[in-house]
Write a protein that binds this ligand. Structure first.
Ligand SMILES: [Zn+2]
Ligand SMILES: [Zn+2]
Length: 96
């Protein structure tokens, strides 16, 4: 899981990442997002405090992390990682 290497980003992005938090997690139900550091990964709530939807922080396909709150497709494998319709479309509950 940890073995996968990402291409390096430029230093501005690296700097920003250090101040704001390393990665992003988001609710697939309502679009709620939060930043987190890898060391604090265990503190990410599994479900959204707002809508009880799934809070996702890894690509369901390849376990890549999400560098941006606006990501809709995994940078590594191109899998859609969040429903596009949360921006303006009907909000539906996540769940299986
Ligand atoms: Zn939510
Ligand atoms: Zn992926």
């Amino acid at each position: 899981m940890e073995a996968r290497k990402r291409p390096r980003r430029n230093w501005i992005q690296e700097e920003r990442r250090k101040t704001l938090g390393d990665w992003v997690a988001f609710c697939v139900g309502c679009g709620f997002t939060l930043r987190y550091f890898v060391e604090l990964e265990g503190e990410i709530p599994p479900t959204c405090p707002g809508c009880n939807g799934e809070v996702r922080h890894l690509c369901p396909q390849c376990d890549a992390r999400f560098p941006s709150a606006f990501l809709v497709e995994c940078e590594e494998c191109g899998t859609a990682v969040r429903p596009n319709q949360i921006f303006g479309g009907p909000i539906r509950k996540a769940g299986k």
